[in-house]
Design a protein around this ligand. Structure first.
Ligand code: APR
Length: 177
């Protein structure tokens, strides 16, 4: 049974096999989680992202999809980059499905690499403005469904950058426990 745990902290400090990055389609870095991962992970990550853009993802990584690179200097083996949807109420259903896909695809990519422990940030809840409580519901539901397909996963961690987000994700996990 895969443990799904909410922890308060910095995603770049997580000692796990795979760290999920809240990236954008360019894969060339940004702020928030993306900026922190590239800053602490070092240039190797960006070099592999550039190689992906020069090969399989010439037009960028589509929203809802995931791709792995080295984790560089992070205390992890891989970074799984995924692109969350920007919150847009008039397109709620389609975009909620994409947010769920970010979690499902990230776990599929991580499990395929042989990862046993995976850490997620609260995807789309920063620059992409997704309301925290709703994102937590979508993320928790998607991860619970996905771990059933990947029983080899030992732990999936939600890493929240503050007490409010930690409380919201803990609540979402308790509700569906
Ligand atoms: N560790 C854990 N969580 C973090 C960290 C960190 N070091 N830094 C920020 N967060 C939290 C934010 O508080 C927010 O709740 O991660 C959540 C996601 O925020 P963003 O990083 O802004 O990601 P997102 O909303 O998905 O927007 C992605 O932002 O940084 C750019 O290049 C990125 O264009 C992309 C967009």
């Amino acid at each position: 049974m895969t443990r799904i745990t909410p922890v308060e902290g910095d995603i770049t400090a997580q000692e796990v096999d795979a760290v999920v990055n809240a990236a954008n389609s360019s894969l060339l870095g940004g702020g928030g989680v993306d900026g922190a991962i590239h800053r602490r992970g070092g240039p190797e990550i960006l070099a592999e992202c550039r190689a992906l853009r020069a090969s399989k993802y010439g037009r960028g990584l589509p929203v809802g999809q995931a791709v792995a690179t080295t984790a560089g200097r992070l205390p992890a083996r891989w970074v799984v980059h995924t692109v969350g949807p920007v919150h847009l109420p008039e397109e709620y259903e389609a975009r909620a499905a994409l947010l769920a896909s970010c979690h499902r695809e990230s776990l599929r990519v991580a499990a395929a690499l042989g990862a046993r422990t995976v850490a997620f940030p609260a995807i789309s809840t920063g620059v992409y403005r997704w309301p925290l409580a709703d994102a937590a519901q979508i993320a928790v539901r998607a991860v619970r469904e996905a771990v059933a397909e990947h029983p080899e996963l030992v732990e999936v961690r939600f890493v929240l950058f503050g007490p409010e987000a930690h409380g919201v994700f803990r609540g979402a996990l308790d509700e569906t426990g």
